[in-house]
Design a protein around this ligand. Structure first.
Ligand SMILES: Nc1ncnc2c1ncn2[C@@H]1O[C@H](COP(=O)(O)OP(=O)(O)OP(=O)(O)O)[C@@H](O)[C@H]1O
Ligand SMILES: [Mg+2]
Length: 509
């Protein structure tokens, strides 16, 4: 579909739908499908009850710092600008008579930073704290199929859904669009330029101020709902949402942007400064970003103009990742502890293990997300096997992170032996001792099915209760030789006992 269907067409389709479903009993009356824009029910006071407008920048900053580590600059900028945004909205609601704010530019924010360093996390935390609805979209997902800007406008519709239909609240929501660098229109990107600048323009319209119809023209169901609603209540309900007070945040990794800035800086220095004075690392270079750099990167000047605030997020180094991991709010360690607790296994971590996880996560270069990846990769075997074992505590060591397979087998072999020993003792009152080398034998020979070690030992030693009683043996040391052929060993034990003492077992037969 390239254009929205006209109301006539929609009406026809609805009529047909109703005819097919209900025969001729139900018909569509001649209502106007271009529903007029009317006032809304939610009052200002209910809005203030829901949005924490009293929050001050330093308070929000302090709150965020508990969660988001090593991004002081971005935290400061976001906390301040977002607080100001909401205080401004409040001020405007309180002073409706003051001069119109036509032409005002909101403090929409551009975040530049690599993957997994806290961009989405920050926005989510802020939206939760302030109590406004929040939606996240991905710029790469916006196509201009359907009708121009339709997919972009869907963000606003999702915001209303997030606000559970409270349109007034939705109008104060936060829209966050990630991968914005992918809709830059030049550079070495694939795909048609036209569509990318088209998406920029559609987004621009939202960021500026526009009204979005909650009923998509191509959605027959919502059009039908409108007709039925109007028939029922006799009036057309307001279904348009203004983006005037919404806050927009966009972000991207902007690979290649540093080079653009570097080139500009190098040009500007001719004759003035020496090369050595220029910033070198990408992080430092990006700090110097200007609107012209972003335009050269492929953004229209109007688009960049709607993003007056730029916050830079940095790559997280090894120690930063360690801090994230050991932070009291770390979802990674706490999440994993809960996963294991769900099976009744208590998980704890050695500090060296956490350092190793951070080191490996850093190598993955996917920011804090790498922590999760490393954690999962190291613990997956334990997560699978411990629930069926007798192990109820797991202390994660550096060794475990380095060689999870080996350590898992070690733990499970010892556990399998212990479970078997305990069951054997409980049933027979007899003791089978397993010296270290025998546990090693178990690991090496029965490790193929680690979850079944105790059962396999029970099978191998099934004649031992009877045999040991016959031989009058209370406690037997299990050697690796014995493990290799338990029955032969048992025969020998019984024979030997008989040779030595006649019938040593007394009554036992
Ligand atoms: N600076 C940080 N401090 C604490 N935790 C962090 C930080 N950065 C990331 N995390 C953790 O990593 C997870 C992933 O980060 P987030 O979703 O914010 O990445 P992102 O920057 O949005 O990356 P992308 O560009 O790939 O979307 C967060 O949910 C959070 O648990
Ligand atoms: Mg993200």
């Amino acid at each position: 579909m390239t254009n929205p269907p006209n109301p006539e067409k929609v009406r026809e389709e609805i009529s047909e739908f109703l005819r097919n479903r209900y025969g001729n009993q139900v018909a569509v009356t001649d209502v106007d499908l271009n529903i007029p824009h009317e006032g809304t029910a939610t009052t200002q006071s209910s809005l203030f009850e829901q949005i924490d407008f009293t929050l001050k920048p330093t308070e929000l900053e302090e709150y965020l710092r508990q969660y988001v580590l090593h991004q002081e600059e971005a935290v400061e900028i976001l906390a301040t600008k977002i607080c100001t945004h909401f205080h401004r909205r409040k001020w405007e609601l309180d002073h409706p008579d003051r001069e119109t704010s036509a032409g005002q530019i909101k403090s929409n924010i551009l975040m530049i930073g690599p993957t997994g360093v806290g961009k989405t996390y920050l926005v989510k935390l802020i939206a939760d704290k302030i109590g406004v609805p929040f939606v996240k979209g991905d710029a790469t997902k916006f196509s201009e199929t359907g009708y121009v800007g339709g997919d972009v406008e869907d963000l606003v519709r999702s915001l209303v859904r997030e606000a559970k239909g409270d349109m007034k609240l939705a109008e104060y929501g936060i829209i966050y669009v990630d991968e914005i660098d992918k809709i830059a229109s030049s550079g070495n990107l694939v795909g048609p330029d036209v569509s990318r600048s088209g998406v920029q323009r559609a987004l621009l319209k939202l960021m500026e101020e526009t009204e979005v119809d909650l009923r998509t023209p191509h959605d027959l169901a919502s059009q039908m709902e409108a007709v039925i609603e109007t028939q029922r209540t006799g009036r057309a309900e307001r279904k348009k949402v203004s983006t005037r007070n919404m806050l927009f945040l966009v972000s991207g990794a902007f690979s290649g942007l540093a080079d653009i800035i570097r080139r500009r800086l190098a040009k500007g220095t001719m004759g003035f400064r020496r090369d050595e004075d220029l910033p070198r690392g990408d992080q430092d270079v990006l700090r110097r970003v200007t609107t012209t750099d972003l335009m050269e990167y492929g953004f229209e000047s109007e688009f960049v103009g709607r993003l007056p605030v730029i916050a830079q997020l940095h790559e997280l180094g090894e120690t930063a990742l360690y801090d994230v991991l050991t932070n009291a709010h770390s979802a990674v360690t706490r999440g994993k502890m809960r996963d294991f607790a769900a099976y009744g296994v208590e998980l704890s971590f050695d500090d060296d293990a956490l350092k190793e996880i951070a080191r490996r996560a850093y190598q993955a270069r996917i920011g804090a997300r790498g922590l999760m990846t490393v954690m999962e990769r190291s613990l997956i075997r334990f997560e699978k096997l411990l629930p069926t074992s007798g192990v109820r505590k797991l202390h994660v060591t550096r060794d475990l992170i380095l060689e999870p397979e080996r350590v898992a087998l070690e733990i499970l072999a010892s556990d399998g032996v212990a479970v078997f020993q305990r069951k054997f003792l409980e049933r027979s009152g007899l003791v089978l001792e397993f010296p270290k080398e025998s546990v090693t034998w178990v690991r090496e020979n029965l490790g193929g099915e680690p979850a079944r070690i105790a059962d396999r030992l029970a099978e191998m030693f099934q004649n031992y209760e009877y045999g040991m009683k016959l031989a009058g043996v209370q406690s037997q040391k299990v050697t690796p030789d014995m493990l290799a052929d338990p029955d032969v060993f048992l025969d020998r034990m019984i024979k030997k006992a008989y040779e030595e003492k006649g019938n040593p077992g007394g009554e036992v037969h």
